[in-house]
Design a protein. Structure first.
Length: 562
């Protein structure tokens, strides 16, 4: 390949792809690309994790490599099988497969323990009896050195003995830790004799009561990568300052062959939500939401329940790209991606969410016509759906005004509109209740104006449902969970939950076409002129429940229109 063409091709790659391409060309990884996705099973995955999933599995797929799923199960007090299962479900739903490569940090507890003993023997680790508070206080600041532990120079044999006894459960929680012996004056705070093991008498969901000492993430991470033959360990940007420690452990374990390398990219930050599992757990445990899969949550399970598609999230991850700098992505881009996918793949449906009765006075009382509605104009091969039409209908209340402004093109006294797929009707008069609210709109229709058979033009077209055939449905109108762009930008003493949007969920009773009465959980529809909706798991025979996925209005597309 000519140098110019090569540079042009490389320029179209993101920086991680450039690294991998160069490694393959130079033979640095012996032709291998092996990544991993390492979630901690202490909560449900969110949209930020989705980006990491797409990146790690996507790079492996692009370079004909492999991607492992490895659970970082090193803190039994916060982890559970529920979270493990939810993570696996989310990854499969996104369209990725780890095949037989499902691993756990706990798979390596025995090997990690022996590796730690090796470092003790080399004089590179020691058992420290400072408390967690004393260790934190003794780290110093980036500009001042940390405090040397009184046990830093204890004899190797003594540290080995104490470490073995820690493993046997002879000491209480918090009484001792194993620390790496590096440099307490390092400008990198993570290199100031970091803790490798702590005592935790807690039952582990996989190893049960076998262990009462557990490795810290920084210790388990790089060594697990090495044991799995990972070539490119891709982390989010906050782990950049951890990389020298990642390398220090590998250096001092004398790892020369199949050595993994860590690279960092900017994590996904999305406005109008929070991306901290701790904060999301706070919302769940405080009953601010109905659970991890509440459709207002940024969790993958929440987005799935709301009606988002795997394809839309993969496209979103691709559009966001891979950056080296932190930035905040507009929620409107995520909504744009799901609209684009749903527009192509959702069946159309007429639904009236705030109904007012419309009576066609000159239509026969006992007549019902079956009209044809397009299932999906983007996919004409799907054909048509049958829609019953009768004398008494329901339309949206907002589609009628007694005294409309000049540019109101919907129904008003003396005005004509088309009923979608049906006829042109003219408003003749209205009926009101004692409070002056319109309860019925009386119209006449022109039988010669049936849709498809008439060339008569009117400015407004309304959706509707037949009163005698419509199916009642519970419709949940979801909006953004927070009403400010950055819920964590708080005054001193503020609480991010104070920024919750009080209107993030409205539940209303609506009417829908009868063709949807047997719809199944997860099926997606475009309510014509209204938005995209899906069938919620709460639905059951005789009770339809729809979740609004997203409205039709696409602010991102308008902002970025060429």
């Amino acid at each position: 390949m000519k140098e110019e063409e090569k540079n042009k091709q490389t320029g179209s790659l993101n920086f991680l792809e450039q690294v991998i391409t160069k490694d393959l060309e130079q033979g640095n990884t012996k032709g291998r690309v092996h990544t991993r996705f390492p979630p901690e099973p202490n909560g449900y995955l969110h949209i930020g994790h989705a980006k990491s999933i797409c990146l790690n599995f996507g790079l492996a797929n692009k370079y004909n490599g492999k991607c492992n799923l490895r659970f970082d199960d090193t803190n039994p007090t916060k982890e559970s099988i529920e979270y493990v299962n939810s993570i696996k479900e989310d990854i499969r739903w996104l369209g990725f497969d780890w095949e037989d490569r499902e691993y756990y940090a706990s798979d390596y507890f025995d090997k990690l323990y022996e590796m730690a003993r090796y470092l003790i023997k080399k004089g590179k680790a020691y058992v420290c009896e400072m408390t967690g508070e004393e260790i934190a206080a003794g780290r110093g600041t980036p500009s001042t050195p940390g405090k040397i532990s009184p046990w830093r120079d204890r004899p190797v044999e003594e540290s080995l003995d104490l470490f073995d006894r820690m493993k046997k459960g002879e000491f209480p929680d918090g009484s001792k830790v194993l620390r790496a012996k590096i440099y307490m004056a390092s400008p990198n705070m993570h290199m100031r004799d970091p803790v490798m093991y702590r005592i935790m008498h807690a039952r582990h969901h996989r190893t049960q009561d076998k262990w009462c000492i557990y490795p810290m993430y920084d210790w388990a991470h790089g060594q697990s990568d090495y044991l799995e033959n990972i070539t490119h360990s891709i982390c989010t940007l906050e782990f950049e300052v951890h990389r020298p420690l990642y390398d220090w452990f590998l250096d001092n374990l004398d790892v020369k062959v199949n050595r993994p390398r860590q690279f960092e990219f900017a994590r996904l930050n999305l406005n109008y939500t929070v991306m901290s599992k701790r904060k999301l757990l706070e919302l769940v445990e405080g009953d601010y939401v109905s659970g991890w899969n509440d459709p207002r949550m940024p969790t993958i399970s929440g987005l799935r329940r709301r009606g988002y598609t795997p394809a839309s999230i993969r496209v979103f991850s691709e559009k966001v790209g891979v950056a080296k700098r932190e930035n905040v992505i507009d929620m409107a881009l995520l909504e744009h991606c799901v609209r684009e996918d749903l527009n192509k793949n959702s069946e159309r449906l007429m639904a009236v969410l705030d109904p007012v009765k419309l009576v066609i006075d000159n239509y026969p009382d006992d007549k019902t016509e079956i009209l044809e509605g397009i299932r999906n104009p983007e996919r004409p091969e799907q054909g048509h759906r049958n829609i019953p039409f009768s004398k008494t209908l329901y339309i949206e209340r907002k589609d009628f005004m007694e005294d409309p402004p000049k540019k109101f093109f919907r129904l008003a006294p003396g005005r004509e509109v088309r009923l979608k797929y049906a006829y042109i009707v003219k408003c003749e008069n209205v009926v009101k209740d004692s409070a002056g609210n319109v309860t019925e709109i009386h119209c006449t229709y022109d039988p010669e104006t049936r849709s498809g058979n008439s060339t008569k033009k009117v400015k407004g077209t309304l959706h509707w449902v037949s009163a005698g055939h419509a199916v009642e449905a519970e419709v949940r109108l979801y909006d953004r969970l927070f009403d400010v762009e950055d819920p964590t930008d708080l005054p001193e003493g503020g609480d991010f939950k104070d920024n919750l949007n009080p209107d993030s969920l409205q539940i209303i009773k609506g009417l829908v076409e009868p063709s949807v009465k047997d719809a199944k959980q997860g099926e997606r529809y475009q309510f014509e002129r209204t938005g995209y909706f899906c069938i919620d798991p709460d639905s059951k025979p005789g009770k339809l429940v729809f979740n609004r996925t997203v409205s039709l209005r696409d602010s991102w597309a308008k902002m970025h229109k060429k």
